[in-house]
Structures are given as C-alpha cells and as structure tokens.
Design a protein around this ligand. Structure first.
Ligand SMILES: [Zn+2]
Length: 327
C-alpha cells in the first residue's frame, strides 16, 4: 500500500489531506453523517449551477468524524476513496461559513480530483480554496477570503481551475479622495476602551480612529464596527500582525492577514479609517488602502479595546474617533 500525505494548513488551524492509492474496488455506499449533509447538498447545488452533475451513486461518499483527534489537522480526504474525516472538536468550533469552506476543500480533492494550488493574486490573496501544504513563512497565517462578493469566485474556481482572475483581485481605493462629509460624532475618550453606539447611520460613512499602540498593548487589540449581528473586525497582535475578518453570530471568520503591524506608511500603526463608499467597506491603515469588504447594511457601533487574556489594558490610549456620513 502506498501513502502520499499532503498536509495543508490554513488560518490558525490545519486541514490534512491524505492521498492514498490502494487498489480497492469502489464501493458506492453513501454514508454521510447528518452534520455534513447540508454542505454536501450545497456542493451538489453549486456544481449544478455551473453545469457539473455531481452524483455519488457511482463512487459513494463517506464523511464522518475521525475516531481520534487529528491534532494538526481539522479534516482529511483519502483521495480515490471518496472518504473524508473531520475533527469533531474543530468542527463544532467553526462557523457555518468555515464548515462549508472545509468540506468544499475536501470535496475538491475527493470528488473533483484536485490537488493543492498555492497561486496568489497580485494583492496577495489566494487564488483557490485548495490552497494547502506546503507553505512557507507567513503564508501559513494567510486565510482565504471566502466570504461575500469573493465567495462566488472561489466556488467558480473550485469547479473550473482555469477561470480568469476576478476584478476584486486588482482593486485599490484612494485615501485622499475628496468627499463632502457631514459629521455624525466626534469622540475624544478619556478611557482605554471605546464602544460607541449609533442610530440611523444607513448612508455611506467614514469612521476614523486614532490611537497609540504602545509596547504594553496587550495580547489582542480589537476594533469592531458595523451592524449588530454581523460586523467586521480588525484584530492586532504584537509581534504577529493583524487580521481583518467578519464576525457572524458570534463566530469569527478571518479574511485577511497583514504582517506589518509595527509599520504602515513609514510609522507605527496609529490610524484606521473605514470608508463605506462605492458599495464597499474600504479599510485604510495609516492612510494606506489595505482591503475591501461587502458594505455593511448600517453602522450600529464602533468599538476598540486592548486585552491581555480577558483583562482590559488600562493604559491603551485611544485618541479620537470621528464618524461622518458621506454625501
Ligand atoms: Zn487539502
């Protein structure tokens, strides 16, 4: 029996994919645990939209929780066997979005016979949800932005690896663009944390937050903004970098990673600007365009705090929050 292992890592967790090529008679048994069934049906439906008939009646399909923890992995696929195992503890810690990504990745191996693809666009985004081991350096930390307007592209690419590059992979917005602004609120807090609530901010808006990221700035410094229930966040981690993500129903989904926490535009990060314009949430750090996301339905709140464990860092210094609507 021959074993070829492909270990694939993403986010802070890993997917391990086992490629195994035994000579076995295919068994057309469909045995998918109920936790995974809706995602398999979603995969079948997404294939059908793209002219692919996915039918496991010939090959069978087995998806179950692994008997033992997978340790460095959250799932694995035995190529050629239509057999997938998922780490149970990891599964229940994932959002619905990430569960779909995990199973689509594994079904990409097991049903579509695809291997890992680690190409990146010029903006550094992965070209495929089949990104996987081997990685080097900070690529380990870089997530696939499998969300919002990017998600359709990733599913297209899964079923058609020769698809052309999407428009979003080569977009930039200009911080210095002029807008007519109407001030909603200016806050110059004297506290080390901020949680500002808003009402009826449904127009395009800009929020700009300035702060001092000192050395003792805690384990996590997290800024959140957007609508209650589904909001975006930037999480800054000393000696690591920062993540941009979406929090949905209390679950974090990391969408973007940057290493350069301690320098942006030639200085320590001290300013984050979120501008909702042209249908997007545009994220600028120290006036540099970093990333864009689907626009929020409304702005209900902005918060920022630095934590060590679950303790607020008392001397984190927030200077000013300015929120305006854009005309
Ligand atoms: Zn894989």
């Amino acid at each position: 029996m021959k074993f070829n292992w492909i270990i694939c890592l993403f986010l802070l967790v890993a997917i391990s994919c086992s490629e195994d090529s035994p000579v076995v008679e295919p068994q057309a048994v469909y045995d998918v645990a109920p936790e995974f069934e809706s995602y398999v049906q979603e995969f079948i439906a997404e294939g059908a939209k793209r002219g692919e008939t996915i039918d496991f009646s010939d090959s069978g399909l087995s998806i179950k929780f692994s008997e033992a923890p997978l340790n460095t992995a959250n799932g694995r696929c035995f190529l050629g066997r239509h057999q997938i195992e998922i780490d149970k503890e990891d599964w229940f810690s994932f959002s619905a979005l990430f569960r779909s990504y995990l199973l689509f990745h594994e079904l990409g191996h097991c049903e579509l016979d695809r291997l890992h693809k680690n190409d990146q666009f010029s903006d550094g985004s992965w070209k495929s949800i089949l990104k996987g081991d081997p990685f080097a350096g900070e690529d380990l930390r870089k997530p696939v932005p499998y969300f919002g307007f990017r998600k359709d592209y990733y599913i297209d690419e899964l079923f058609n690896s020769s698809i052309s590059d999407p428009e979003w992979a080569d977009v930039s917005f200009n911080y210095t663009e002029e807008f007519l602004k109407e001030e909603v609120r200016i806050v110059e807090p004297t506290t080390s944390r901020l949680n500002e609530r808003f009402q009826n901010v449904t127009d395009d808006y800009e929020l700009e937050l300035t702060f001092d990221l000192m050395d003792e700035r805690g384990t996590w410094t997290t800024m959140e903004w957007g609508a209650t229930g589904v909001n975006y966040y930037i999480q800054m981690i000393p000696d690591w970098g920062y993540y941009i993500g979406v929090r949905d129903s209390g679950m974090n989904n990391i969408l973007h990673y940057r290493r350069d926490l301690d320098s942006a535009n030639g200085r320590l990060i001290d300013k984050i600007t979120i501008r909702q314009s042209e249908g997007f949430e545009q994220v600028f750090v120290n006036e540099e365009f970093i990333f864009h996301l689907d626009q929020q339905s409304q702005l209900d709140y902005v918060s920022i705090s630095a934590l060590i464990g679950d303790q607020i860092v008392p001397n984190f210094n927030i200077n000013k929050l300015t929120v305006s609507t854009l005309k």
